[in-house]
Design a protein around this ligand. Structure first.
Ligand SMILES: NC(=O)c1ccc[n+]([C@@H]2O[C@H](COP(=O)([O-])OP(=O)(O)OC[C@H]3O[C@@H](n4cnc5c(N)ncnc54)[C@H](O)[C@@H]3O)[C@@H](O)[C@H]2O)c1
Length: 268
């Protein structure tokens, strides 16, 4: 390990179990010398898995529902008390669609559930950045990341309303990136990750087939969660200080492909 994050302090949202992308990011950040605080929704705490990660990372866990500004402010205040100062990096690794969970098709969506989906998956990112801003909680040259998916730009029918959630999330990264960059030299980016076998991923209909399709379409294959964690470390480190307001594809080349002969049956 190279100690890329030596002396840095960060808050990591969204580690549910050891398949979660945030779980791998937490482990890698600590390996690279960072101190971290872990957080997840109070309901996710009940599984108890996060405590194992907390122990391994020597990190406190402060529960917060990311849709509650009160919870977010409380989390940020407690984190600053714990660190004895401001934070250097934050990972938003949160996604959930109520309509997908309840099996509603895209042509028959429940709009109250859609509001909840947007709140959890996208507006929570704005709430998080606004809370960090108001509490002046992030150091100059800090780095804020959120995880997203290419369904924000292209159509993937079974991703349903999560496509619009991700479009909104990416837009918040750009818009708040302007304010945080100008006022505090803080960068804000999204990483657009390959399909990954996690609780959120497997909730999408036909995920295994889609995972295999993307794997074949991508010249390098699907990017594993561990490599996404490496990319996050790079983005939190001082080696990427002028990268901001970007949607960064971490997908083995998938986003640039038109067709791949590996997926086409050639008729003799
Ligand atoms: N798995 C994939 O294929 C894939 C691909 C691209 C992007 N992503 C994105 O990566 C991120 C992490 O997902 P994952 O695949 O690791 O799955 P995951 O299910 O392990 O993580 C999702 C997390 O969101 C948390 N969460 C849900 N509601 C919350 C709330 N109200 N407040 C706080 N936290 C809440 C869950 O508790 C969970 O920890 C998500 O943004 C997801 O959309 C996933």
């Amino acid at each position: 390990m190279s100690n890329f994050l030596a002396g840095k302090k960060g808050i990591i949202f969204g580690a549910l179990d050891n398949q979660s992308i945030a779980w791998k990011v937490a482990e890698r950040c600590v390996q690279e010398g960072a101190q971290i605080v872990l957080t997840n929704a109070p309901v996710a705490m009940r599984m108890g898995e996060i405590n194992k990660l907390a122990e391994a990372c020597n990190a406190p866990v402060f529960p917060a529902d990311a849709t509650s500004v009160e919870d977010l402010e409380n989390l940020i205040t407690k984190s600053m008390e714990h660190f004895g100062g401001k934070v250097d990096f934050v990972l938003h690794s949160i996604g959930m669609s109520v309509n997908v969970r309840k099996g509603k098709s895209y042509t028959d969506l429940n709009y109250e559930w859609m509001q909840k989906t947007f709140d959890v998956s996208a507006i929570s990112f704005h709430k998080l950045m606004q809370s960090l801003w108001k509490l002046d909680a992030i150091n100059d040259w800090g780095s804020i990341m959120a995880l997203t998916y290419i369904a924000a730009q292209r159509v993937f029918p079974d991703y349903s309303e999560m496509a619009e959630s991700k479009a909104l999330l990416e837009s918040f990264a750009r818009s708040f990136g302007y304010h945080l960059g100008t006022a505090k030299r803080v960068r804000v980016n999204t990483i657009s990750q390959s399909p990954t076998m996690t609780t959120a991923g497997k909730g999408i209909k036909g995920f295994q087939e889609f995972y295999d399709y993307a794997d074949k379409m991508s010249p390098l294959g699907n990017a594993p969660a561990e490599d996404c964690a490496n990319y996050c470390v790079a983005m939190f480190s001082d080696l990427t200080r002028y990268v901001t307001m970007q949607n960064l594809f971490h997908d083995g080349g998938f986003s640039t492909m038109g067709m791949n002969p590996a997926l086409v049956e050639v008729k003799e």
